[in-house]
Design a protein around this ligand. Sequence first.
Ligand code: SF4
Ligand code: FES
Length: 366
Amino acid sequence: MAALNPPWAMLAELTHGCPLRCPYCSNPTELVRAADELTTEDWLRVFTEAARLGVAHAHLSGGEPLLRRDLTELVAGAADAGIYAQLVTSGLGLTKGRLAELTAAGLPSVQLSVQGADAVTSERIAGRRSFAAKERAAALIRDAGLPLGLNVVLHRHNLDGLDAILQLAVDWGAVRVELANTQFYGWGLRNRAALMPSREQLARAQRVVEAWRGRTGMELIWVVPDYFDGVAKPCMGGWGAISLTVAPDGRVLPCPAAYDLPLDAPSVHEHSLDWIWSHSPAFNAYRGTGWMPDPCRTCARKDADFGGCRCQAFALTGDAARTDPACALSPDHGLVTSLTGARGGEFVYRGYGNRPNARDRARVGA
Ligand code: SF4
Ligand code: FES
């Protein structure tokens, strides 16, 4: 067996609480409740162990990480451990004072989520009034001198507004924009038909991205959808290969969408991150190529795409060890082609028990 490389990146899901209710959210439909979240001390230990293991880069994410009252301590802890820890936020609840505290604690940059280029589209997707707060947050981040990135999850309700979204990114002073076509996991899976774009929408959006490249200094990342072209994506850069996700309650997953997989997810309450990365059954389940079935087993691309996405294989076939149905060579590829034609329906908004999460709104003070 090849030597095991250490992880490079970590997604720290500090909380699943969130003032927004986006139907594309990849968080699990069984959200972790505030009472089950890791404590400050737990997270500080996780950052120390992660840095020792080799993690250099973290996303402090959620849910909405600003809901954690100890966020400044957590930012300082990550910085002290030597981890470049970027805040990923909806922007709701960000004030000048809070940002100054976070910056003083060592926050190096912020990524702000954007749902659409105008208030009507944006707030229909987010499920609440939020556009003006995002605009204010962008201005605060820019004025604080922090690099501002935007992340935009794309789907049938905002793909046609991509040109306006990129203009908004320029106007808000973003240095980087991640355009990620919706991945159908968690709430996104529940809303798959309502979010599924058409092939024509995607082709038009791709042309918009190409037109913007070269005429802007912004870095543009376009995360290609895998449903339409018959090519499996090299998901997560390989299972247990470069990154790990720590859930709000301390479970550690090889992928942020792996909550629903039949894995015995190890926990930081019981094991060190080192043991979890190297020895846990969950991280070793689909590592390398030895687990692969045909057609991956004998395929020339197996070291390039790692057999595609385990979460997608599980969501579509009920078996995480099958070839990703997004691949045209998969015996299950028909499942994907039939889904791309199934479009429409209303959003099921994200939330605890699928109810508006009033307590979280109160916590963020929005
Ligand atoms: Fe990738 Fe497997 Fe498809 Fe080959 S058969 S292209 S390894 S997903
Ligand atoms: Fe989990 Fe692809 S989203 S492995």
